[in-house]
Write a protein that binds this ligand. Sequence first.
Ligand SMILES: [Cu+2]
Length: 494
Amino acid sequence: MTEISSNPARISRRTFIAGTAVAGFALAACANEKSVRIPNDRIGAVEAARPHTGRTVAVELTPGPAEIDIGGTRAATFAYGDALPGPLIRANVGDELAVTVKNRLDHPTSIHWHGIALRNDMDGASPASPDIDAGAEFVYRFSVPHPGTYWAHPHTGLDADTGLYLPIIVDDPNDPASYDAEWVVVLDDWTDGVGLTPQQVYDGMHRGGMPGMGGMHAMGAVGGSTLLGGDSGDVSYPYYLINGRIPAAPTTFNAKPGQRVRIRIINAGSDTAFRVALAGHRMTVTHTDGFPVIPTDVDAVLLGMGERYDVLVTVGDGVFPLVALAEGKNALARALLYAAAGTAPDAAYRPPELDGQVGTVDMFTAAPEVDLGSGKPDTALSVELSGGMMSYNWTINGRPFADAEPLTVTQGRRATLTINNMSMMWHPMHLHGHTFQVLNSDGSRGPRKDTVIVRPMQRLTVALIADNPGEWMLHCHNTYHQEAGMMTSLNYAV
Ligand SMILES: [Cu+2]
């Protein structure tokens, strides 16, 4: 690996970042010229048909420069205030969120409400909704139709790899809690302000290219992963965080032995899949990306960037590390669960559950109430993912986003979307505004998801119902792949 400065972002040979700082350059925000504009009344009609409580949850967010203590180390970055993650937003199904954003950054920003089936003109992703200029103010106003675990982050440049992220929970008051306590666990990979900036990381990879690097993982900085089907990532980060803290200075959660705790796990990372386990416990997966599944017991769960898993645990008697293994990167993030007085194992402790039965997307099935059924699709869409490290040219259907040929659906129809990964890297593919259902290769229906891991050379099909008119981004949730162009849009026919 290439060591840079005294407290470096460690970079695998695959990424090959030069050892000198690279001047940042502004990437032109290329609005897709094939952009469509769905008439406001159509978006308004769908919004009106969503559940409405008449209650508004008002929130103010000020994205701006911040210096965050990540556990004895301070990171100069961007954040929503002075904490990491940003403030939890919580609402009931049918509430309206009114989020006033005062942009204190020196560049445009947006907030994308990841996973929420909201009105298209509030999605926080250009061009469907406007980016917010430096110094400007914008109010996102939309209702939240489905309960679940969601999160928010910018959809501008590389800012998703800074401290700009926060969890969102939507509760269903008619669904009584079957647990005693709730623990929100946000995972992240961290370099900004302690190692290279995201722009330096990107520039290094974009200009990189290294003869003979295919399949080579010098120093083990970024290695392979069986679960991910090959290379695990492009960037080896200085730190991996749970709720904004490094493993040596973890956050803690207190519970009593025998209590049932719902853990809402969110992967807010940019280039890291995490394998998560609670030492000494099995966990019951209850939700994938906010939507219920038939409860399934596992030892650990695997989350790509953008994914959420909710799990239930029955707390044992003791002190238990919750450990997130940075998949293929030989590094950990952790937090501690205290259910008794005692001493936690040291920061490098790796619970055996991580090597037990790992929950992956193919193991889960949507709960009957959210199953999309076996209806025959009207439309079959497909995308091909390609690209590689050599020129860092990640694309969908051979085109970067600036030249993308959008997919088209007709409102009210059922569609399948087949994602054909022809690259040697896995990609967590995310669709805005919809929660699709994974179709298993044996024809059975899997879980509802808005972000799904597609392994190298895998062909994965999902089903969706076109019930939310607009222009919706479909992209890889690796921040660097997305920035390099791995994004297109799913447009409703006007
Ligand atoms: Cu990708």
